[in-house]
Design a protein around this ligand. Structure first.
Ligand code: ATP
Ligand code: MG
Ligand code: MG
Length: 353
């Protein structure tokens, strides 16, 4: 059988490994940190830094395809792997999403709408950017930001220098603040045969910059839903993408503004394991392994809630609930802001909005 290599051993890698096992495939995890959550369920785990060429070489030589759940793999490591085995989704998809400036420029160039944006490095550039983007706005690090980290809201001119100083980053991007009605995401997949399959859009609520809940279906019109599918398809095709993608969007009236995309399975797609005939993890494994995709029909209305930090103390109560699908990541220590698990509550059979 095939062996799938996964860069990154966090909860996403763990859930991918579980899906691969169900298909009779083996998984080899490459992760610099010791005792990763995915290590407990993978066939094999290599613990080594991305700079360890010997470890990377034997990892690459032991697998048929490499995918990733961690996006900040150094380019040299990817070069080494790519010389031996295909990387899916491809390098362009990863590189485009790694830098908010490249990402937003790409989205605009393929005709999609983003928030107004401008690059910022110095205080003088920030003043210029504020003049073109307007206020309120959000200053974000171009790279390495997640869960709303590395972001500062700017409400007026006086707050601007402090926001830039707090950034502690050579490169930042200034984004206009979008007064959205709701946030949605489309989890979609593209297979080796060019098939595209989209899960129902979910409606996302963030608390302190971290995803709190995803409700499916989202409270959007049929036209918006169709347009959201079209946007996901446009991005997948433009990138010649293979695998699952998570596209985050702001809905404002009948407009869709694209926030960002993640070239991997996505937290806002965790509901799929309880609400659809296939989950995002199996769909991703199928895509990267060259299997046919499944039409991801949704059978239930659901709400997924992340269990973050000491939310984990509610586990015994949740475990006793009817219709609540609990998924824990096996992390020993509950730190504030750390994703420990999630629960998807089935609300009833699938309804249309
Ligand atoms: P993730 O963990 O999803 O990768 P991130 O750190 O990359 O998060 P963003 O998705 O850019 O951060 O922003 C986090 C949240 O902050 C968004 O989901 C949204 O709620 C809010 N936000 C970000 N940018 C804007 C904007 N331009 N206008 C309004 N709200 C925004
Ligand atoms: Mg992000
Ligand atoms: Mg985001």
């Amino acid at each position: 059988g095939q062996t799938i290599g996964i860069l990154g051993g966090g909860q996403l890698g763990r859930m991918l490994a579980m899906a691969a096992a169900r298909l009779g495939l083996k998984v080899h995890i490459f992760e610099p940190a010791a005792n990763p959550p995915a290590g407990e369920v993978a066939h094999k785990t290599t613990t080594a830094p991305y700079e360890d060429e010997t470890a990377l070489t034997s990892f690459a030589d032991s697998v048929d395809v490499v995918t990733y759940e961690f996006e900040n793999v150094p380019a040299a490591a990817l070069d080494l792997i790519e010389a031996r085995v295909p990387i899916r989704p491809n390098r362009i998809s990863l590189a485009t999403s790694q830098d908010r400036l490249t990402e937003k420029t790409f989205l605009r160039d393929i005709g999609l709408e983003t928030a107004p944006f401008a690059t910022v490095i110095t205080e003088a550039e920030l003043a210029q950017a504020l003049a073109s983007v307007g206020m309120p706005s959000i200053l974000k690090t171009r790279r390495l930001g997640y869960d709303g980290k590395g972001q500062a809201r700017i409400n007026d001119r006086h707050g601007a220098p402090a926001a830039l100083a707090a950034m502690n980053a050579a490169d930042a991007i200034l984004e206009g603040f979008v007064a959205f009605d709701r946030e949605i995401s489309v989890i979609a997949a593209r297979g080796l045969d060019d098939t595209i399959a989209c899960f129902e859009p979910g409606e996302n609520v963030h608390t302190d910059g971290i995803l709190d809940t995803t409700t499916v279906p989202a409270d959007i019109s049929t036209a918006t839903r169709e347009r959201a599918f079209g946007i996901a398809g446009t991005i997948l095709t433009a990138l010649d993408y293979i695998g699952v993608i998570g596209v985050e969007m702001f809905v404002s009236g009948d407009k869709i503004i694209i926030n960002e995309f993640a070239p991997r399975v996505h937290n806002s797609g965790h509901w799929t394991e309880a609400g659809a005939v296939i989950d995002q993890f199996e769909q991703h494994i199928r895509a990267v392994a060259g299997w046919p995709l499944v039409d991801p029909v949704r059978h239930s209305d659901v709400i997924m809630t992340n269990l973050i930090g000491d939310d984990i103390e509610q586990v015994h109560a949740i475990a006793a609930e009817t219709g609540a699908r609990l998924h824990l990541y096996g992390k020993a220590e509950a730190r504030p802001g750390r994703k420990m698990g999630h629960v998807t509550r089935v609300l009833g059979p699938a309804t249309d909005r």
